[in-house]
Ligand binder design. Sequence first.
Ligand code: BG6
Length: 487
Amino acid sequence: MIKQFPQDFLWGGATAANQFEGAWNVDGRGPATSDTARAVAPEERKTMGSEFSSPMTREKLEYALNDKKGLYPKRWGSDFYHRYKEDIALYAEMGFKTFRLSIAWSRIFPKGDEKEANEAGLAFYDKVFDELNKYGIEPLVTLSHYEFPIHLVTAYGGWKNRKVIDFFVHYAETVFKRYKDKVKYWLTFNEINIIGMTGYLSGGLLFEDGKLNLQEMYQAAHHQFVASALATKAGHEINPDFKIGCMLARMQAYPATCNPDDVMEEVRKDHENLFFSDVQVRGKYPSYAKRFFKENGIELEIADDDLEILQDYPVDFMSFSYYMSSLARKKKSDEETAGNLILSEPNPYLQASDWGWQIDPVGLRITLNKLYDRYQIPLMVVENGLGALDKLEEDGSVHDQYRIDYLKSHVEQMYEAIEDGVDLIGYTWWGCTDLVSASTSEMSKRYGFVYVDADDQGQGTFNRSRKDSFFYYKNLIATNGASVLND
Ligand code: BG6
């Protein structure tokens, strides 16, 4: 029997406006939090991007917006704004069934709180969706991916302010109505659980005392939950065929030993991570949240209808990012390695990427099983990939066998998970075209099947070329996985 994926499996790639589009001040787009993310020097890489996770203050924000000398690579990204036709043609050549992108909120509402939308911003995404449609590629659209209009930070204090719910829902309704016949799959908030680290970037939170304020963080998350549920309600009213999902940064952890204390630490870590999808999928706060809130002095302000709204409008499907796994140990170890958004001690059974992320394909199968056991709704892997240093050959090729190996091993494990009974509906490789890193704002941390000729300083032609992995993925999609699973 030939092994293959289900017939309508959605193969594709994923990007985000803040890292890919560039054109940060073009056609009326307003400034967003991502525009103030400074590039991180290579020696800071393994401790995560400082601008990504460090508390942002009003002073630093003002400085960044007026800074003429610093490097802010997300402002130019990979110039998808001007090269979308060429990029989409390359996705069509690879045979993509879907393409994940995000809409930049401040392109549609430059300040975030306007009544009238910016027509030039809306028209841009019309052109992008029409181009995708031309090739039969289904768009998968994130409404909020690591950027947030700056005006909503300075005038309202970000997501801790309840008023932002209305602004977001107005934004969501505007794009739902405009693109109701062009887009079917939507995600509300990218990696909603990462608000603890990206409090400023995605939550618009300023931490004046330099510390993460748990009360504000969970209040902001509560407002995002309600906003997401209200957007889901509105979306279904506008087009009942819409499929609206949540998006979690999945942190798969293993107990470091069989010491029950370490096993309990893994349970605790899972609670910390799955708290967010528990609310969005099950429509209510999980039982373990009560103790956590009490012990951390968190008292949420919950308006009268909020809990009903969460209950009545859960998501249609669950999506998540998966790059790596980590270890859970009650007593902390001194040795830690980097990872997407977390530090973990190294797992002796795993290899790590150039950036210290521990590569664990079996962990993806474990996670898929775990999530499906828990939620029993369709799942989609909307980010997975390898950030690596690539070498461009003179003829424009890149021999990225390491990326091919990463892809192959993860695809094999997804197949196993489907065989295990998991309802997995799609897979979008992160950064299918090279783009600016979210955490470090480097260009040299490349994920793409398509190379972009630009360096960390934004120098280069920005021309695109095909890496070896481009042809590998093309063949994989053409055979619906058979080329990988039966070789
Ligand atoms: C995810 C984000 O956390 O990881 C993406 O949703 C991000 O925006 C991706 O780019 C990879 O992380 P990084 O820091 O290597 O770009």
